[in-house]
Design a protein around this ligand. Structure first.
Ligand code: FBP
Length: 345
């Protein structure tokens, strides 16, 4: 199969535009690190214990060997890119590369860490933003830019295939790594999320901790033909945001990681700057939507570099349905699964 390489795609997009060339070089550096991480992930236990705990990261979460290795690989590659600084889930503070450069990068180097030793898909998520003139790139403040200002975003998915999903603001495209040549080739020219779906993804073990709106929406899904939806639904949950997102890009669906009552989850679990924003840009550019429940993710003014946010994204009709639950909290009351039903505490 002959198709365009990532370099050829980025070259054609950037042309002679200096700003775009800088973005293209930065994406190239991320792809280079992604390829190296993909080879290591594929070695699994032959490469040692990739899931071994190394230390705790800034989130207070256990940092595993592969988390650290992925972060180091991306930093090494991005030191050669025209960026002012990078921020990472694994770093307390931004790492400055060249303060005079025009770009910032935010990274989740290894999303889905809990799946490392289970041979389930994991990934790297990235967001490329402008470095606003006058802002010190060493500060968290320089990164507090709403998601709609991202210049490019995407993820590398380390699964049975290594995929690079990318948007530079002109639709969402997909590349697949050819392991023989080490080249990413364009294999999805225009990713389009199905408008309608019956598939939803949520960690249902947290059900008793959810707010009423999420409980009524999921109750409606579970009620199937017996409830107001009048149709049966299906559930999938990988537990790696990148893998759950990828499934939705390919066959539609909706993903929910809402805020809940657990300590540390009252603002959600996922991070705005390097998880929610890049995924929201990829999803919107593929024709889907991404919200907190009440607001569009890409409109949120960040207040902290490592800020968490409730994240709901996917097929448009399902997002509209969820919005109705937030607008009219009783919309999802089904006889068995509404506030008076099985979902009551
Ligand atoms: P990390 O960024 O720490 O890897 O965590 C994110 C994540 O693994 C997502 O990929 C996934 O959607 C979510 O956490 C799963 O959370 P939970 O274990 O609470 O279901």
């Amino acid at each position: 199969m002959t198709t365009k390489s990532l370099d050829a795609y980025l070259g054609a997009w950037a042309g002679a535009d200096a700003g775009r060339i800088a973005v293209a070089r930065t994406i190239g550096a991320i792809a280079e690190a992604g390829r190296e991480i993909a080879y290591l992930v594929a070695e699994g236990p032959l490469a040692g214990d990739l899931a071994a705990a190394v230390t705790n990261n800034v989130q207070g979460e256990v940092q595993k060997h592969l988390d650290k290795h992925s972060n180091d690989s991306l930093m090494a590659a991005l030191k050669q890119a025209p960026i002012a600084a990078l921020a990472s889930e694994e770093l307390d503070h931004p790492y400055v590369v060249d303060p005079s450069a025009g770009l910032l990068v935010a990274l989740d180097p290894l999303d889905g860490s809990s799946n490392i030793d289970t041979n389930v898909s994991i990934g790297t998520i990235f967001s490329i933003m402008p470095h606003i003139t006058g802002k010190n790139p060493a500060t968290h403040d320089a990164f507090l830019i709403p998601g709609h200002r991202q210049l490019a975003a995407g993820y590398v998915l380390y699964g049975p295939q290594t995929s690079l999903i990318l948007t530079v603001g002109a639709g969402t495209v997909g590349f697949t790594l050819d392991r023989r040549s080490g080249t990413f080739f364009l294999t999805a020219k225009q990713v389009a999320i199905k408008e309608k779906t019956k598939e939803w993804a949520i960690n249902a073990s947290n059900q008793r901790q959810w707010d009423d709106e999420i409980r009524s929406y999921i109750g409606e899904c579970l009620a199937g033909t017996d409830g107001p939806r009048g149709e049966d639904t299906n559930m999938r949950w990988v537990g790696s945001l990148v893998a759950d997102c990828h499934r939705i890009l390919v066959r539609g669906g909706v993903f929910l990681y809402p805020a809940d009552k657990r300590k540390g989850y009252t603002e959600g679990r996922l991070r705005l700057m390097y998880e929610a924003n890049p995924i929201a840009m990829v999803v919107e550019q593929a024709g889907g939507r991404a919200i907190t429940g009440r607001e569009r993710i890409l409109d949120i003014q960040p207040t902290a570099l490592h800020q968490r946010i409730p994240l709901i994204f996917g097929s448009t009709t399902e997002i509209e349905r969820i919005e109705r639950h937030y607008a009219e909290p009783t919309a999802g009351e089904a006889p068995l699964f509404g506030k008076r039903g099985l979902f009551r505490e």
